[in-house]
Design a protein around this ligand. Structure first.
Ligand code: FAD
Length: 320
């Protein structure tokens, strides 16, 4: 079922749909580790589960002679396989994240054909970040530079338009296309307005819903929705929520995700003495955020579980 259909089916109902984002397990771990992660969250009957995509990282490995060689290491492969496994195991919709980085257009086309055969109805289309240890995103030769180009490829395939001329008129895929949005702007955008203009272009090219970057101050989301509506972006804007669970994250999260931590949350977190206390502060903040967003009437509450499924479970249990 498409995300837009899940949202339409929930309209007017008391319960706000819930969804989760998970990471594929580290290479060498079993699918059971993913089920262990998700099992405690299944009681909330999520409408869908997103599965992130992780491209290769460039590392330097020492050779026996002491010199270094640059190698590509993929630590979390398996996005498509995990989606298929989740759909089979839990009978729910799984949404693979598709990125530009590391893919040629042809590889993307083939991946979309695989996803169509597997019965995947939704894709979240993203550019992807620069690999760790590299400062700038660079498109693969023959790949896409921006998410909108990848989106156009998916939209073309939804119209039966493939890369090779003699394949035109092929089977039409039927993906519901989601994109990322940034209430506090994307880190590379010069300002929020320009970022919003690029988001509008993605919507005009066929995006059907937005999932936002995490934020800890709901006002940032409310303002973002207002600005989007004023800019003619009228598709559902799903808030992405992550629990803050350690003091360390006060300094690590803002530069990575370009998010602000509100003073009240930061001060409460700074006062904690144990990991358990920190998690408690993060859980309470997440509950308060979720309640307010639910009352606002968000289309879905989407949680980044990122290794903390029990914190997310406690927070969701408090609002359903
Ligand atoms: P784009 O929409 O391409 O935007 C990237 C930047 O370029 C922005 O600053 C934008 O303003 C600008 N821009 C857009 N179009 C143009 C243009 N035509 N000309 C000039 N500038 C332009 N990353 C992963 O690697 N794997 C994941 O699974 C993943 N999941 C994510 C899920 C969510 C919900 C979110 C919010 C992010 C996720 N990311 C993931 C991170 C994402 O890939 C990065 O934030 C990336 O840097 C930008 O992706 P985007 O799709 O927003 O890119």
């Amino acid at each position: 079922m498409k995300i837009t259909e899940h949202i339409a089916a929930a309209a007017g109902k008391k319960q706000t749909p819930i969804s989760f984002e998970i990471l594929p397990p580290l290479k060498g771990k079993s699918i059971e580790s993913t089920y262990d992660h998700l099992d405690p969250l299944m009681e909330f009957k999520p409408s869908f589960v997103n599965v992130t995509y992780h491209r290769s990282e460039h590392m330097f490995k020492k050779r026996p002679d002491g010199t270094f060689e640059k190698v590509e290491i993929r630590k979390r492969p398996g996005t498509v396989g995990i989606c298929a496994a989740l759909m089979n195991h839990y009978k729910i919709d799984a949404v693979p994240h598709l990125i530009c980085g590391g893919f040629t257009r042809e590889e993307t086309e083939n991946a979309l054909i695989d996803l169509g055969f597997l019965g995947v109805d939704n894709v979240l289309v993203l550019r992807g970040d620069a690999p760790k240890n590299e400062s700038f995103f660079e498109a693969e030769p023959g790949g896409h530079r921006y998410a909108i180009e990848l989106l156009e490829q998916v939209a073309n395939m939804n119209n039966g338009v493939y890369l090779e001329k003699d394949l035109q008129g092929g089977v039409k895929t039927n993906f519901c296309i989601g994109v990322a949005g940034y209430p506090e702007k994307h880190s590379e955008a010069p300002n929020l307005q320009i970022d919003l203009e690029f988001l509008k272009k993605k919507v005009d090219a066929g995006a059907e819903y937005v999932i936002t970057q995490m934020f800890f101050d709901n006002q940032k989301y409310f303002d973002f929705v207002t600005r989007c509506r004023a800019a003619g972006i009228n598709i559902p804007i799903i808030p992405g929520l992550k629990p803050l669970t350690s003091k360390k994250q006060l300094t690590t999260l803002p530069p990575i995700f370009n998010v602000d931590i509100p003073s009240d949350l930061a001060l409460a977190m700074m006062k904690t003495k144990t990991d358990k206390e920190a998690e408690q502060v993060g859980t309470e903040w997440l509950i308060a955020q979720s309640k307010e967003l639910k009352a606002f009437g968000v289309p879905v509450l989407h949680y980044y579980t990122l290794g903390k499924p029990m914190v997310v479970r406690d927070a969701v249990a408090a609002i359903v």
